[in-house]
Ligand binder design. Structure first.
Ligand code: ZN
Length: 348
């Protein structure tokens, strides 16, 4: 079970310059900092739900250095997993993934998740931003899980790349979607400077104006919608190579696989070499395995059968096995995306 929540009204001394691995010297459990600024209502930001994704910490430090004594708006900051951050890992072996515990199925984590959500509700936040990094190469993008104009407008203030997803069901941004416009910002690989700069500018914009992003016209032509999750057999031995070779008992994947993220992958592309068994499952939003719809395995080659757009494809074998290798997405025009809102129940 996760540690319980600590709530502080101030930033501890030394926080603004602390290195990610040393954060444990200042906070050792999930923590909310509730900082007073000039304006209500508060903005909510969360970071380090995944301990190795430290760009959020640098973004926060830059914001606080700039506005230390003069925050334009109340700010509620949730720091998820400082213990894992100190070890430079997503989560410790004996911990759950902190971004897979935010629904009712994870009731054993409720002392933490319930406290955070209750606190946020009570303080009437107007928007929520959960800051993450990718384990593979990805352009910067924002993720939403509600088909709503305000969510789109908030997301386009960070990036023209917007991903709509409903699975997994248990992420923080989905729980927050029931409270306020909410999104995940994906800032590229940990420490990627463009991701940090864009993240700082985005949070600054939200701190300085509660409304400006709402008044902007929709500028993006389409949204990427997550169609299915690509799972990989956890017993597989995986290697990533520039030249695909078939090794006994192993699965050999292209070392360029993460370069494909958010780009259309054409029919016929060979993504890897597979031994005698199929180690993949491609689970769609209804829970069905749709692997054969998108891929085939011919003469040990893993081949694209229907063009698709990948996201979050990773070369981190630990993440690939414990979470997923990546997601298969489809491109939907913004008009179709928003029109569907009228016909569908809230998907979150
Ligand atoms: Zn993450």
């Amino acid at each position: 079970m996760t540690d319980s929540l600590q709530i502080l009204k101030h930033i501890p001394e030394g926080f603004l310059n602390i290195k990610p691995r040393d954060i444990i010297k200042l906070i050792s459990s999930p923590t909310i900092f509730h900082l007073k600024g000039k304006e209500e209502p508060p903005l909510f930001i969360s970071l380090l739900l995944h301990g190795n994704e430290f760009s959020g910490l640098i973004i926060l430090q830059e914001i606080l250095k700039k506005y230390e004594k003069d925050l334009p708006r109340n700010l509620i900051i949730f720091i998820g997993n400082p213990k894992a951050c100190a070890q430079g890992v997503r989560h410790l072996e004996d911990q759950p993934d902190f971004n897979r515990i935010w629904n009712k199925e994870h009731s054993s984590e409720y002392p933490l998740t319930g406290s955070v959500l209750e606190y946020v509700k009570k303080n009437k936040i107007y928007a929520a931003v959960d800051i993450h990094n990718n384990t593979g190469e990805n352009p910067l993008y924002a993720c939403i899980s509600k088909k709503d104009l305000d969510f789109i407008k908030l997301a386009q203030s960070f990036s023209e790349n917007i991903v709509y997803f409903t699975r997994p069901h248990s992420v923080l941004s989905q729980a927050l979607s029931l409270i306020a416009p909410s999104l995940v910002i994906e800032c590229g690989l940990p420490g990627y400077s463009q991701g940090i700069t864009t993240g700082v500018q985005f949070i600054e914009k939200l701190l300085n104006s509660q409304e400006s992003w709402k008044k902007e016209e929709i500028q993006i032509p389409y949204v990427y919608s997550t169609y299915a999750t690509l799972l990989i057999d956890s017993d597989s031995e995986i290697s990533f190579e520039s030249q695909l070779v078939l090794k006994k008992g192993q699965l050999c994947l292209s070392d360029q696989i993460d370069q494909l993220n958010l780009k259309e992958v054409p029919v016929g592309t060979i993504l890897g070499k597979v031994n005698n068994f199929n180690p993949f499952k491609l689970i769609d939003n209804k829970g069905q395995d749709v692997f054969n719809q998108f891929f085939s395995i011919i003469n040990n080659n893993w081949i694209v059968k229907a063009s698709f757009i990948p996201s979050m494809f990773t070369k981190d074998t630990r993440i690939a096995k414990s979470d997923c290798l990546g997601y298969v997405m489809q491109k939907i025009s913004i008009t179709d995306f928003l029109n569907k809102q009228k016909n569908e129940a809230n998907p979150v």
